[in-house]
Design a protein. Structure first.
Length: 269
């Protein structure tokens, strides 16, 4: 099957050309640099609204465009999800407390390409249980990326993440998933973070998508609050998430959103 933008699979997944990887690297690097630069601004007493204001300024300073401002009515340059918020937390006046953990998710547009990434941060001292949750979530993402190679399936990615997380006695959120991207924010495929080997679409060179597992200390169920954005764990357990944008190569996965400073994990670098 073909469309006006080039090759697509029968599942509607766009297959990008080798030259497209450079555009995704530029966009991914800007998003990752912003998440590096925001780290010193995460501390007890800081408001999530101020963090978002700074991120918006950084997006402008890079000559990029925020993909989230105006998206389905959303009005912020980031999603900031604190403690039991799973994803899509809305920045605001609430201030961080000592020991809070938070995911900051940023998507930018650079020369028409979308760079989408998120990572965990800690305000003040990190508790042991939160530290373990963050480590397991980070490692689950990397397990998923390890499963990316032509001929494998999206079910293989989900299975790698799910089996790793559940072996650590934690749970994988089912209600949200990764997605295709490139010159659009969201496109096929849906990248599930659970699954069975050999199921779903077959991976092929030129596919671009995110892998972004959300892991809960408790049960996997979530609910969306009345603002129609904020998703929280139903049992109020802590949740964590990491996200990379990747492209499939002949050898495996190429990560577009690597941290320039090596700070993708909050206790590394």
């Amino acid at each position: 099957m073909y469309d006006k933008n080039g090759r697509v699979t029968r599942e509607g997944i766009h297959l990008h050309e080798p030259g497209d990887f450079a555009g995704m690297h530029r966009a991914g690097r800007v998003a990752a640099q912003i998440l590096d630069d925001i780290a010193p601004h995460v501390f007890p007493g800081q408001s999530t609204g101020e963090i978002d204001r700074l991120i918006n300024q950084m997006v402008e300073d890079h000559g990029a465009t925020s993909a989230t401002i105006g998206y389905r009515g959303y009005q912020h340059a980031s999603c900031i999800s604190v403690n039991h918020v799973v994803c899509h937390g809305i920045p605001g006046p609430k201030t961080l407390k000592d020991g809070d953990i938070l995911n900051i998710d940023v998507t930018v547009i650079v020369d028409g390409w979308f760079g989408d990434t998120s990572r965990m941060y800690v305000a003040g001292a990190l508790s042991r249980k939160a530290e373990r949750l963050i480590q397991v979530t980070h490692d689950a993402l990397m397990q998923g990326i390890e499963a990316v190679r032509p001929g494998n399936t999206f079910g293989d990615i989900g299975y790698a993440i799910q089996t790793y997380v559940e072996a650590q006695r934690m749970s994988v959120v089912r209600d949200f998933c990764g997605h295709g991207l490139g010159r659009v924010f969201h496109s096929p495929p849906n990248v599930l973070h659970y699954g069975r080997p050999g199921r779903e679409a077959v991976l092929a060179e030129g596919m671009f998508f995110t892998i972004e597992p959300m892991v809960n200390l408790g049960r996997p169920e979530t609910k969306v609050l009345a603002d129609d954005w904020t998703a929280v764990t139903r049992d109020k357990s802590l949740s964590a998430q990491f996200e990379h944008s990747i492209g499939v190569t002949a050898q495996g996965a190429e990560i577009f959103t690597l941290s320039p400073a090596g700070k993708f994990h909050p206790t590394y670098g």
